[in-house]
Design a protein around this ligand. Structure first.
Ligand SMILES: NC(=O)c1ccc[n+]([C@@H]2O[C@H](COP(=O)([O-])OP(=O)(O)OC[C@H]3O[C@@H](n4cnc5c(N)ncnc54)[C@H](OP(=O)(O)O)[C@@H]3O)[C@@H](O)[C@H]2O)c1
Length: 311
C-alpha cells in the first residue's frame, strides 16, 4: 500500500461522518414534511456530541440550502468540524476556473474561508481529466480547500485522476461512492482494492441504502415519496438479511440494524456518511462506532447480502 500523505491523513483517522443531502432537499427527502431546519440542527448537534465531526454536503443539495444550514450549525458549535462539499459538472462549466468560482460560491453559502475536502460530484464527458484535476489543484493553491477528492469515479477513472493530480503534487484524498450491504459494486469492480493500494479514502454513501437497511421499510410499508419506486427488486427480498442483522446486533448488546449496517462498512475499510433527519437518527447512527463485527459475522453478512442482490 502507498504511504498515506500527511495532508489526507485526517480522512483516514475519521471513522464515520454525517451526510447532509437531506438538509433542504425536497425531491428525494421531502424536507419540510415531518422535519425542518430545527430537526436537522439537532441531528448535527447530536452527531457532534457523539464525536462524529465530518459532514458531507454539496452545492446541489437543496439548491444550496444544505450548505447554508451546515455553515450556520458549524458557527454555533465550539467543536471543530471537518467540512466536505462538492462541485457539480453542469454542462456550461468548462475551464479550470469554473472550479475556483464554484468553490468560492460554496464557501460564501457556508460562510467559511476554506473547507477540508472538495470533491467532483460526478465525472463529466464534457470536461477533460486534465482540466478537472487542474481545477481542483487550483482550489488548493488558492487556499480554498485542504484536500480534494472525486465521487462516483470507477477504478480506471479514479487511477487516472490520482496520476493526473500527482503531476500537480496533489494527493487524491478520496472517492465517494455508493457502498452498502445492498450495493457492493466497489468490492467487485476493484475500486475498494485500488483505494487501499493508493491510500485513497473510500467514502461510502447511502450506507443505509436510503433507509432500507434500518429495517423499517417493507413491501407493505415502502419508503415515502420517490424513494418508494426506487427498490422494486430489493424490498421483497430483504427479510433474511434484516433478520440476520438483528440476530448479530443482539449478540453485541442490542445493536440496531442501522448500527450493524454502518459497522459493516467500517469493517470493510470505508468511511460511511449516513444521512440523518433528526437527533434520534443521528444518535442511533453514531452507535455504529466503538465496536467491531467479528470476521465470522462479516462473512455471514456478506453471504446474506449476496443472496439478496443475486436472487
Ligand atoms: N456523491 C453522491 O453522488 C452521493 C449520492 C447519495 C448520497 N450521498 C451522500 O451520502 C449521504 C448518505 O446517503 P443517503 O442520504 O443517500 O442515504 P442513507 O444514509 O443510506 O440513508 C439516510 C436515510 O435513512 C433514514 N435513516 C437514517 N438513519 C436512520 C435511523 N437511525 N433510523 C431510521 N431511519 C434512518 C432517513 O430517512 P427516512 O427517515 O426518511 O427513512 C435518512 O434520511 C448523503 O446525505 C450525502 O451526503 C452522496
Amino acid at each position: 500500500m502507498t504511504e498515506i500523505s500527511s495532508e489526507t491523513r485526517f480522512l483516514h483517522a475519521t471513522e464515520m461522518g454525517l451526510g447532509a443531502w437531506q438538509w433542504g432537499d425536497r425531491v428525494v427527502w421531502q424536507y419540510g414534511h415531518g422535519y425542518s431546519a430545527e430537526e436537522v440542527r439537532q441531528a448535527f448537534q447530536a452527531s457532534v456530541a457523539e464525536g462524529v465531526r465530518f459532514v458531507d454536503t454539496a452545492e446541489v443539495y437543496g439548491n444550496g440550502r444544505s450548505e447554508r444550514l451546515l455553515g450556520q450549525f458549524v458557527k454555533e458549535t465550539d467543536q471543530p468540524v471537518l467540512v466536505a462539499t462538492k462541485f457539480f459538472p453542469l454542462p456550461w462549466r468548462f475551464g479550470k476556473g469554473a472550479f475556483v468560482r464554484a468553490l468560492k460560491a460554496s464557501l460564501a453559502r457556508l460562510n467559511m474561508e476554506s473547507i477540508d475536502l472538495y470533491q467532483i460530484h460526478w465525472p463529466s464527458p464534457l470536461i477533460s481529466m486534465d482540466t478537472m484535476m487542474e481545477g481542483l489543484a487550483e482550489c488548493i493553491k488558492n487556499g480554498l480547500t485542504r484536500t480534494v477528492g472525486v465521487s462516483n469515479f470507477g477504478p480506471s477513472r479514479m487511477v487516472a485522476a490520482y496520476s493526473t493530480l500527482a503531476r500537480h503534487d496533489v494527493p487524491l484524498a478520496s472517492n465517494q461512492v455508493h457502498y452498502s450491504l445492498l450495493n457492493r459494486a466497489v468490492e467487485k469492480d476493484g475500486t475498494l482494492a485500488r483505494c487501499n493500494e493508493l491510500g485513497i479514502r473510500l467514502i461510502a454513501y447511502s450506507p443505509l441504502e436510503k433507509g432500507l437497511l434500518t429495517g423499517k421499510y417493507s413491501v407493505d410499508s415502502p419508503p415515502p415519496g420517490s424513494r418508494g419506486r426506487m427498490f422494486p427488486n430489493l424490498l421483497p427480498r430483504l427479510g433474511p438479511l434484516l433478520k440476520l442483522m438483528t440476530e448479530i446486533g443482539q449478540d453485541h448488546g442490542g445493536k440496531s440494524n442501522s448500527q450493524v449496517a454502518l459497522n459493516w462498512t467500517i469493517c470493510k475499510g470505508a468511511l460511511p456518511i449516513p444521512g440523518a433527519k433528526n437527533a434520534a437518527q443521528a444518535l442511533e447512527n453514531a452507535g455504529g462506532l466503538g465496536w467491531r463485527l467479528t470476521d465470522e459475522e462479516m462473512a455471514r453478512l456478506d453471504e446474506a447480502s449476496d443472496a439478496v442482490v443475486k436472487s
